[in-house]
Ligand binder design. Sequence first.
Ligand code: GRF
Length: 207
Amino acid sequence: MSIASKTAVAILISGRGSNMGALIAASLDDTYPARIVSVISDKADAAGLEHARGFGIAARAVARSEFDSKETHEAAVREAIEASGAKFIALAGYMRLLSAEFVRAYEGRMINIHPSLLPAFPGLATHERALAAGCRVHGCTVHFVTEGMDEGPIIEQEAVRVALDDTADTLAARVLEAEHRIYPKALAMVVRGEVRMTGDGTSQFRH
Ligand code: GRF
């Protein structure tokens, strides 16, 4: 696949960016349908920025701390996305709740990875909560982004067995491996049009 025929994708991060790394690694394959044109962080010191630059990808911080409101910050993030030419957005550990307006602007073109089998455990501390609930199975989900937090239509999931001696850290590490498998797969499905978000807020798969 020539570079020009690949779909341009921007990734939004806040931290280490290991899922971002998995998407970049997948995108380097000739047959992968997306190329990563931009990485944007809301934190100036996100480790993922340097990692992305190492691959020659334009990576920049649009730091929340430099803006006086959520609105002006989001406007700057949108400007950076538009300037990159990205058609799709992958949130990869972006720790900021997006406004309804931002979400609407990229409806059906913005996806997120979450470390639980949604709809179980939206929000934070998912591994601790899965252990506290006595779950024997946990996992991760890629979903379209909608206004509700971690509520959008599901694109892909992978289940992970919970071991009897798991701690939140050991469980998180195995879930993260699964995240790195499903995120590239889900992004490819979305940009190929194999799954799309319908008007009634569900995922429709082409098969
Ligand atoms: C991942 O567990 C992801 O599911 C969640 O935030 C974490 C980000 O990790 N949304 P990384 O920055 O991709 O390493």
